[in-house]
Design a binder for this molecule. Structure first.
Ligand code: AN7
Length: 349
């Protein structure tokens, strides 16, 4: 049967969806779980990458947005609002457009990848660039949503998590069991919360017998969960996770503790190394925040936190094409040649 999107496919696990819920979908989900043979071999583990960058707007946010916008439409909401480092705004804009609902997005001025900004604009959102960071924008959005009665579609909206948990179902369905270990980037901490909810629900339903250890990765300049303090001025090349005061703080700590995992940080240099490595070794182009997964994975293997031979899933949350500037500015320049075979030969050994 053709794929119908995460709501229809996992309807039995989404009790919040009723017969009255109008389903707003772009056929999100069903993303590939790619065996990263080359990097896995180098690290001595059985490594899979869940490529969430292949969702309709290029990130995992679409899973949560299909549910949040469907429920908003059911309620008769006229407008949605969100703060975003870029991917949430792209997804909110697309799904709101499809539902015929107005969307307003607040993004930190100068710190959103080009592709994401273009998305919010073309889907027809009102795009407000805030002179401040994500945390400042989220504070305004919370106030505006309350005062103006506009539906907030950040991951403090519980419907978002309901949709996002379906990624853990897909991983278990593809593997026929739960992985030993999952590694994922953490920003506002909605996704780690959602995955843990999903794994626990699948175990209760008897679909899996074990639960994975969850390892969350933050950028060193934006690592509130690692150092247990708010970062007033978060800074990292991975702008998607440039967040200093995550909304789902306690839930993220709970997911880590209950699963027996850890939350660690990686430097921007390590992120760029992981970014180049997963693309050049296994052909998977992810955005910098997602490369934090890879950087964290390498670090955890070196620290001995991931035993050799483990079945590991790294979550690649967003598509590399969203942020071409970061790729180009961190790679050696290309060569310009005359259109002659002699010139071309000079570059081929
Ligand atoms: C590619 O778009 O917060 O820990 O406003 O875009 O659930 O926040 C994005 C977050 C990881 C972190 N990878 O997930 C937003 C936003 C990518 C992301 C995260 C984000 P959360």
């Amino acid at each position: 049967m053709a794929w119908e999107g995460i709501i229809r496919h996992y309807r039995d696990y989404l009790p919040i969806i009723t017969n009255k819920t109008p389903i707003v979908t772009l056929l999100e989900g069903n993303t590939p779980l790619i065996r990263a043979t080359n990097l896995g071999k180098e690290l001595g583990i059985d490594l899979f990458v869940k490529f969430e960058g292949l969702n309709p707007t290029g990130s995992f946010k679409d899973r949560g947005m299909t549910v949040a916008i469907s429920k908003a439409l059911e309620k008769g909401v006229k407008a949605t609002i969100c703060a975003s480092t870029g991917n949430t705004s792209a997804s909110a804009a697309a799904y709101s457009a499809r539902a015929g609902i107005k969307s307003i997005v607040l993004i930190p001025k100068g710190y959103v990848a080009l592709g994401k900004l273009a998305q919010a604009m073309i889907y027809g959102s009102i795009v407000l660039e805030v002179e401040g960071n994500f945390d400042d924008a989220l504070n305004v959005v919370r106030e505006a949503s309350e005062e103006l009665g506009i539906e907030i579609v950040n991951s403090i909206n519980p419907y978002r998590l309901e949709g996002q948990k379906t990624a853990s179902f897909e991983i278990c369905d593809a593997l026929g069991k739960a992985p030993d270990i999952q590694v994922m980037p953490v920003g506002n901490a909605g996704n780690i919360t959602a995955y843990w909810m999903g794994y626990k629900q699948y175990k209760e339903a008897g679909k899996i017998n074990s639960l994975p250890k969850i390892f969350g990765i933050q950028a060193k300049g934006a690592a509130p969960l690692v150092y247990n303090r708010v970062f007033e001025k978060p800074e990292t090349i991975a702008t998607a996770i440039r967040i200093g005061n995550p909304a789902r703080w306690q839930e993220a700590i709970k997911a880590k503790d209950e699963s027996g995992g850890k939350i660690i940080d990686v430097t921007d240099e390590e992120i760029i190394e992981g970014y180049k490595k997963i693309a050049s070794k296994d052909g998977i182009f992810v955005e910098p925040a997602s490369a934090a997964s890879i950087a964290g994975l390498i670090k955890l293997v070196n620290l001995g936190d991931i035993p050799k031979g483990s079945l590991v899933v790294a979550i690649a949350t967003g598509n590399g094409l969203k942020d071409p500037n970061t790729a180009i500015s961190n790679l050696p320049p290309t060569f310009t040649v005359k259109p002659s075979i002699e010139e071309v030969k000079k570059f081929i050994q």
